[in-house]
Design a protein around this ligand. Structure first.
Ligand SMILES: *Cc1c(COP(=O)(O)O)cnc(C)c1O
Length: 299
């Protein structure tokens, strides 16, 4: 299920950022953004075992849910195209507002069909499950279900095959990526998730549930207060300026403002405040998401 044009294992790059060199921290970026141009980052990790399962069960069609700018919708549409599944996206919002956006235009070019739902009835997914589960393999919003976990757990396996970091850091939306990472971490590594949403305190329970409530051997936490910048997909000028400056100091690395930019801002802030100490090794996961990069970052 991993075709030759996928870059797996994804590279681990040591950042040569002058700001970090002063801190005495070895800072690596796990470049899941380079896995594939269209099925990038953690979305491929989460889809992999879902696609294997769908095939095993004899499904020819995938159905999933997401917002009009969703990285998961984008990746699922592309995966359907490359692996021979028809795809149906249940899109939150109204058709006239959404049709022109680049994410859905790409998904449509990949053959995805859409059902647009108004924001209120979007939440009642049972209807879609009842109506479509005979014909479609259904993947939840964000791709996070029990089959996502063995895929995202491979991130930790790949890291440990190169080094044992003191910290692994990752952006958190639905928690499927973090759940897989902590499921394989040893006690030497501490894991920090950075919530991309406001009021993310429910994530802790969601993540434990996603791991199947198995024993977790590392300490892990989710930073839910300080780095969400007002909430999901919200930005502030300080975040945009941080990302632009980061990209100038680290040529070849681009960040998005929804996930990886907020994680990186948080990590640099913790390093500056000395809550991450000199002499430690950090691996931050570049989860991809560059299709959703704001044009503000290129101005
Ligand atoms: C979806 C996404 C996340 C969040 O992953 P979860 O498994 O939902 O927590 C993080 N980073 C990027 C770039 C994403 O697209």
């Amino acid at each position: 299920m991993t075709p030759p044009d996928f870059l797996i294992p994804s590279p681990l790059h040591l950042l040569k950022d002058p700001v970090l060199e002063k801190s005495g921290i070895e800072f690596y970026l796990k470049r899941d953004d380079l896995i594939h141009a269209e099925i990038s980052g953690n979305k491929w990790r989460k889809l992999k075992y879902n696609l294997i399962k769908a095939e095993e069960l004899g499904f020819k069609k995938l159905l999933t849910f997401g917002g009009a700018y969703s990285n998961h919708i984008y990746a699922t549409a592309a995966a359907g195209h490359y692996f021979g599944f028809d795809t149906l996206g249940i899109i939150r919002g109204n058709e006239l507002d959404s049709r022109a956006n680049l994410t859905l235009r790409f998904a449509s070019e990949m053959g995805m069909e859409f059902i647009f739902t108004e924001r209120n009835d979007y939440r009642s997914k049972e209807w879609f499950y009842e109506k479509f589960s005979q014909e479609y393999y259904i993947i939840p919003e964000g791709g996070s279900n029990s089959f996502a976990i063995p895929g995202t757990a491979e991130i930790t396996d790949e890291i440990y095959s190169e080094l044992i970091p003191d910290y692994i850091a990752c952006a958190v939306g639905t928690g499927g990526t973090l759940a897989g990472i902590i499921s394989k971490c040893h006690a030497q590594t501490r894991v920090i998730g950075f919530s991309a949403l406001k009021n993310g305190s429910f994530l802790q329970d969601d993540i434990l549930q996603l791991t199947g409530n198995q024993a977790i051997f590392c300490s892990w936490e989710i930073e839910t207060e300080n780095y969400h910048f007002g909430g999901y997909a919200k930005t502030k000028p300080t975040l945009i300026e941080f990302i632009k400056a980061f990209e100038i100091r680290n040529p070849g690395v681009k960040l998005d403002q929804v996930y990886t930019g907020k994680m990186m801002f948080g990590l640099y802030d913790m390093i500056q405040k000395n809550s991450i100490k000199s002499g430690t090794k950090i691996v931050a996961i570049h989860t991809g998401g560059l299709q959703g990069r704001s044009p503000l970052l290129d101005q």
